[in-house]
Design a binder for this molecule. Structure first.
Ligand code: UT7
Length: 334
């Protein structure tokens, strides 16, 4: 009998502190009207000073485990997708493992905003091969730690957060086709130039703001509008499904205009396209698991619903997964 991986638990965490567009108006030359009309973002969450990515990851991971009802001792592997690790090493997955009180192997994947889809692929491959049975996949980022709050072109876009799913082996298909892509020739479009081995931190580099995120917004925008419909279609083909069979399109939350353009190209009606960007901004590797938790918790997901998850980001990287939801609804707000 073929072995499939399916989602048996989901959870998320958004830090308490909120940064509104009005707050940003006091920091840079911007305004609410520009931010909302160009991005769809109204507010974003900011990690507290004493909260690191592993804290966000651990809280989301704990919540996903509670929702699965699976005991910590039964988790075989933790994969954390992040591009904003607590530190260069040890991995954020090891730090979150300790905070959650788990003992299994743990490692990070860095595919920037596409990280969750990449981590899903690694988890699914591990489960389908029979090497693991239960895998905790977390997408967690604290990008506001790397945002230059003097650069209005980027500082309005990002927020912090984490989301997680528990995947387990089963006989019924859960995760169907996954398609990933990368093109390192686009590396300069979105990067944090300093602080790594190519340009270690120096006073000069810090003074030049080189340890902050730099982005060619327009180029990334055009790439995203092209790649999202393409990779979604490829993942549907790999799953033997058509766009009409999808109950939900769950896109990476980077810009509402990218989401709308991609949905239109795919012919997906807007009421079946998930968006929470107004309240979260771009939380990088966390956007998709945060979306899954919100859809689930609000009762909008039923067993048997099929959705496409699709992301893009620095690298350049992109990826899409088609999954059938198998977690019975439990209203966590009751
Ligand atoms: O997860 C992946 C990561 N990133 C993305 O997916 C982001 C992709 N790119 C985008 O979302 C958009 O390119 C942005 C939202 C970053 C920018 O929107 P845009 O419509 O491409 O604006 P633009 O960069 O072409 O700038 C238009 C104008 C410029 O002024 P001038 O030169 O026309 O006078 C900017 O200086 O808007 C100005 N501008 C702003 N004005 C007020 C740029 N940022 C701001 C701002 N507030 N925050």
């Amino acid at each position: 009998m073929p072995m499939y991986a399916h989602i048996v638990g989901v959870g998320s965490y958004l830090p308490e502190r909120i940064l509104s567009n009005t707050d940003l108006e006091r920091m840079v030359d911007t305004n609410d009207e520009w931010i909302v009309s160009r991005t769809g973002i109204q507010e974003r969450h900011l990690a507290a000073d004493d909260e690191a990515t592993s804290d966000l990851a651990a809280l989301a991971g704990e919540r996903a485990l509670v929702s699965s009802g699976i005991s910590k001792a039964d988790v075989d592997l933790i994969i954390v997708a992040t591009s904003t690790p607590d530190m260069l090493f040890p991995s954020t997955a090891c730090l979150a493992q300790k905070k959650m009180g788990l003992t299994c192997p743990a490692y990070d994947i860095n595919a920037a905003c596409t990280g969750f889809v990449y981590a899903l692929q690694a988890a699914v491959a591990s489960i389908e091969s029979g090497r693991t049975r239960t895998v905790l996949v977390i997408g967690a980022d604290a990008l506001t730690r790397y945002v230059d709050f003097t650069d209005r072109g980027t500082c309005v876009l990002f927020g912090d957060g984490a989301g997680a799913v528990v995947l387990q082996a089963g006989a019924e298909p859960g995760v169907r086709g996954i398609v990933l892509g990368a093109d390192g020739s686009g590396a300069d479009m979105l990067k944090v130039p300093a602080g790594g081995s190519a340009a270690p931190a120096t006073v000069e580099r810090i003074e030049a703001h080189d340890h902050y995120l730099k982005m060619s917004g327009n180029e990334v925008f055009k790439f995203a509008v092209r790649v999202v419909p393409r990779v979604t279609t490829e993942a549907l083909e790999a799953s033997g499904m058509s766009i009409e069979e999808l109950d939900w399109l769950v896109p990476h939350q980077a810009n509402q205009r990218i989401i709308d353009a991609a949905a239109e190209r795919l012919g997906m009606p807007s009421e079946r396209v998930f968006s929470n960007i107004a309240r979260t901004g771009n939380t990088s590797a966390a956007t998709i698991p945060l979306a899954l938790d919100e859809l689930y918790t609000s009762g909008r997901l039923a067993v048997g619903n099929t959705m496409a998850l699709v992301a893009f980001g620095a690298g350049l990287t992109w990826g899409a997964a088609v999954i059938t939801w198998t977690l019975p609804h439990a209203n966590k707000e009751d």
